[in-house]
Design a protein around this ligand. Structure first.
Ligand code: 3EB
Length: 291
């Protein structure tokens, strides 16, 4: 069911936009920034002994994204949102998020992309059904990737979290001539590589906010010219269980006050023990709903 007042994120540009399509990617860009989307129906692929349908769909989707970036002249993949149907479901003994990670990493490798270091910021969320959907921002030049000193880089997660590590950075900065934008990846209650505060949504929320502050401080160190204040971030919280929303909201308000713009949506998160995840962007003007 579609809610009466669905949540929307709208990105506005002051400049003339070029709209295009390359392969299965639809995109728009101005001179500095490109936004694109791709939707890949997993049922077009068949499970084989060497690769699941989801793994193949993920690899295909990312290959299409990289082809579109090359075509449009935006080589710097900066920020990616991944929406996976049934992300935590286990099929043939393997969690679907882990299958996705294999396909994603294979596409990065096949397209000559770095698997560590300069990789995009990202979020990976679970939706109930539908296609694998990916949205992304890209820039003309190389990006700057930021890691979180409290966390093992996701691309170095040990094999206990799946045969291939996820390919994303904790935050990415674009340095365009017009404006700098900071994207903070989906951030959760992970320290080192481990989930903390099992079953305690308030503590998970607090740990998440410490991680966001840490990434923000690290971004200010790596890119001193771009250091949006926490109050100037636009945050989006992903809540696994709607029953936790008020506790999460109260904790966020207690820690960071009312000034920061936070929206919440329900989504599954890529580890079953994570109850909340928060992403953010900054450096751009914001308007709209507050929590
Ligand atoms: C984590 O820190 C939580 O696979 O693209 C956050 C952001 C997470 C992005 C991804 C996964 C991804 O590992 C999960």
């Amino acid at each position: 069911m579609v809610p009466a007042n669905p949540w929307r994120a709208v990105w506005l540009s002051d400049h003339a936009l070029v709209a295009g399509r390359h392969g299965q990617v639809a995109y728009r860009h101005d001179d500095e920034l490109m936004y694109g989307v791709i939707s890949v129906d997993e049922s077009a692929f068949v499970d084989t002994p060497s690769a699941s349908a989801l793994q193949q769909a993920a690899e295909f989707a990312y290959r299409e994204v990289f082809a579109a970036l090359a075509h449009a002249g935006f080589p710097g993949l900066l920020r990616v949102w991944n929406y996976l149907p049934r992300i935590n479901e286990i099929e043939n003994g393997v969690e679907r998020y882990r299958k996705f990670n294999i396909g994603r990493q294979d596409a990065f490798a096949a397209c000559g992309r770095a698997l560590t270091g300069r990789v995009p910021a990202a979020s990976a969320l679970g939706v109930r059904h539908g296609a694998l959907e990916i949205g992304f921002f890209a820039v003309r030049r190389a990006l700057l990737a930021v890691e979180n000193p409290r966390q093992v880089s996701a691309y170095h997660y040990p094999e206990t979290y799946g045969p291939r590590s996820p390919t994303f950075s904790r935050a990415a900065v674009s340095s365009s001539m017009v404006q700098d934008v900071l994207f903070i990846s989906g951030t959760a209650s992970i320290v080192g590589h481990q989930t903390l505060h099992h079953g305690d949504v308030a503590a998970q929320t607090r740990e998440t906010l410490v991680n966001i502050d840490t990434v923000l401080a690290e971004a200010a160190r790596v890119a001193p010219l771009l250091s949006p204040a926490r109050e100037d971030l636009a945050c989006l919280g992903y809540v696994r269980d709607p029953a936790d929303l008020e506790r999460i909201r109260a904790e966020v308000r207690r820690v960071i006050g009312d000034e920061t713009q936070v929206c919440y949506v329900q989504a599954d998160i890529c580890r079953t023990d994570l109850l909340v995840e928060i992403e953010a962007s900054g450096g751009h003007p914001t308007q709209g709903a507050r929590s």
